[in-house]
Design a binder for this molecule. Structure first.
Ligand SMILES: [Zn+2]
Length: 135
C-alpha cells in the first residue's frame, strides 16, 4: 500500500490533497465506524462526491468514540484494527454526486483531525504536497 493519486481531472487547484497516504478510522459512539482514505475529503470538496447517507448523518451528528478519551493515548493503531471498520475505499469510475450539508466538509476535516490525534490513523507514505494536476 503506497499512496494513491486521484484519477479524476482537476480544473483548478484542489482544496484538499489529491493523494492519500493513509487511512483514518472514524469510530462513532453510536457504534458506526468507517475506515476511509484521506482522499475522501478531496472527493467531496473537490469533485462533489455524495457519500452514503448514513456516513453523512454520522459526520453531521455523531460523536467520535475517541473524544471520551478512552483511546486518546493510543499513538499507533494496527492496520488490522483500521480495517475492522466499514470500508470506504477509493473511487474508480463514475460516482454519485450531490449536495452535502453546508458544514459537512468542515466537520469531516475536524473529525479526521481528532481521529488522527487519537491515533486512529494508519500512515502509509507521504507524497510531498501534491494537489493534483491541472487540466
Ligand atoms: Zn481529484
Amino acid at each position: 500500500m503506497g499512496f494513491h493519486t486521484c484519477p479524476y481531472p482537476h480544473r483548478k487547484e484542489s482544496r484538499f490533497p489529491a493523494t492519500s497516504s493513509g487511512d483514518v478510522l472514524l469510530a462513532f459512539t453510536n457504534g458506526h465506524s468507517y475506515t476511509m482514505p484521506d482522499m475522501i475529503i478531496h472527493y467531496v470538496a473537490d469533485h462533489g462526491w455524495l457519500p452514503p447517507v448514513e456516513f453523512v448523518e454520522d459526520v453531521m451528528t455523531g460523536t467520535l468514540a475517541i473524544q471520551g478519551g478512552a483511546r486518546a493515548q493510543t499513538r499507533s493503531v494496527s492496520i488490522g484494527a483500521i480495517y475492522a471498520g466499514t470500508r470506504i475505499g477509493y473511487l474508480d469510475g463514475p460516482f454519485e454526486t450531490g449536495p452535502v450539508p453546508e458544514d459537512f466538509v468542515d466537520r469531516l476535516e475536524e473529525l479526521m483531525r481528532l481521529a488522527t490525534e487519537g491515533g486512529e490513523r494508519a500512515q502509509t507514505k507521504s507524497p510531498p504536497g501534491f494537489r493534483g494536476d491541472f487540466e
